[in-house]
Design a protein around this ligand. Sequence first.
Ligand code: GDP
Ligand code: MG
Length: 167
Amino acid sequence: RAGHVAVIGRPNVGKSTLVNALVGAKVSIVSPRPQTTRHRLLGIATFPDGQLLLVDTPGIHREQKRAMNRMMNRAARGSIDGVDAALLVVRAGQWDDEDTLAFEALRNAGVPVVLVVNQVDRITDKTALLPYLAKVSEGRDFAAVHPISALKNKGLDALVKEVMALL
Ligand code: GDP
Ligand code: MG
């Protein structure tokens, strides 16, 4: 199995940390020029049962909301065509307008979206996690929801297994 997987989310949620953890080496930013191709290659993660080509999508990672709005329109027109699945990365306990914009862009693109709730190691009261997961999932059609810690390497095996199954 192999597939293109978009890694999407607002700044500082841990996208680069996740890509580095999956790739297993600090090589995530392979291509520094976002506009040269439709997808920007972040890294290639190789597992016993397949490969994930982790890509970014021009525009969607940008910090400006204006750019996010443009991206929503582009995504609706199919700019993430060819992506087999998308990881929407958020920070555990948080969900703001930028997370909503990223979600909307992906929803319009018609690819399966796995919600990756990163940085769960920062949640000291673990009983708060379940209600949070329920709240952010409500009314949003995620293919799966995975709490992880990219930094502490927690939950990554289950996430990879899930994504492989979507390819
Ligand atoms: P990006 O902007 O989405 O690519 O986010 P980065 O990967 O650069 O991470 C932003 C900050 O969050 C960095 O200081 C990371 O070390 C930290 N970070 C990322 N993942 C985790 C995590 O699972 N747990 C904790 N505690 N910190 C994390
Ligand atoms: Mg980054």
